[in-house]
Design a protein around this ligand. Sequence first.
Ligand SMILES: NC(=O)c1ccc[n+]([C@@H]2O[C@H](COP(=O)([O-])OP(=O)(O)OC[C@H]3O[C@@H](n4cnc5c(N)ncnc54)[C@H](OP(=O)(O)O)[C@@H]3O)[C@@H](O)[C@H]2O)c1
Length: 255
Amino acid sequence: MDLEISWKNYLWLAVVWLALGFFIFIVLQFKTAPYGRHARTDWGPMISNRLGWIIMESTVLVVLWSWIGPAFSKMSLPARLMALLFTVHYVNRSFIFPLRTRTRKKKMPLVVALMAVIFNLANGSLFGIYFVHFEDYTLDWFRDFKFWFGLLIFLTGIYVNWRADNYLIRLRKPGETGYQIPRGWLFDFVSCPNLLGEMVEWLGFAILSWSLPGWVFFLWTCFNLIPRAVAHHRWYKTHFPEYPEKRKAFLPFVW
Ligand SMILES: NC(=O)c1ccc[n+]([C@@H]2O[C@H](COP(=O)([O-])OP(=O)(O)OC[C@H]3O[C@@H](n4cnc5c(N)ncnc54)[C@H](OP(=O)(O)O)[C@@H]3O)[C@@H](O)[C@H]2O)c1
């Protein structure tokens, strides 16, 4: 894909997109996105949960690689590495995660999958345009403290996210679809270490890339996941009277 776009217009796109993210954050204080444990049947046609995850998350890979695929060999080495880190996350999220979930017969509203497709179209494009038109990293970026510090945070976040998702998936035996109280490791402190890990991961990416799309994506992730973690936490407390009193939603000891 190629499209001439000035930095000024790109900046405007990013600002408008961020403002929309903040608006969604406000909306999510009152409405919980109806998938997973919050799924509802009054949001129109439903599709398979697994298929929904694959469709919505793989969009970002298709869009990103449509932009950067033809330009990849001309991109700087740091930008290529960043694109690969981003891709590793999304290969897991689009295929490995949904194929491993024990989600037999569960469904999500089609409209939720479509909204996520739009989210991923926009984010994939913001990164794609940036890597093709605006990145100007040199090899010196590998000597910058921000790169290594951000990489450490990114890897910590991805480890926490994957380990917590893995633990939650294994709470069910094959064929089961119910819920249990997760216990041990970070679950003793927060209800949603997987969502915390994802936010930490994208904070790391924003730091290691020190880029406009990196920071916009980190903020959008928080706009999505903070209300979701709070909703999950509230759901646990409502459904399990014995739920540990001191556990927080996603930020140990705080929130
Ligand atoms: N970047 C973003 O904006 C964004 C947005 C949304 C999600 N995500 C990521 O996508 C992943 C999934 O998000 P999510 O909110 O769906 O996570 P989640 O509710 O924690 O669910 C993760 C998986 O574990 C199962 N599960 C969760 N809690 C369980 C329990 N107590 N007992 C038994 N099984 C349990 C879920 O089944 P059910 O599906 O049947 O509930 C699902 O298969 C996370 O890693 C999250 O960070 C990212």
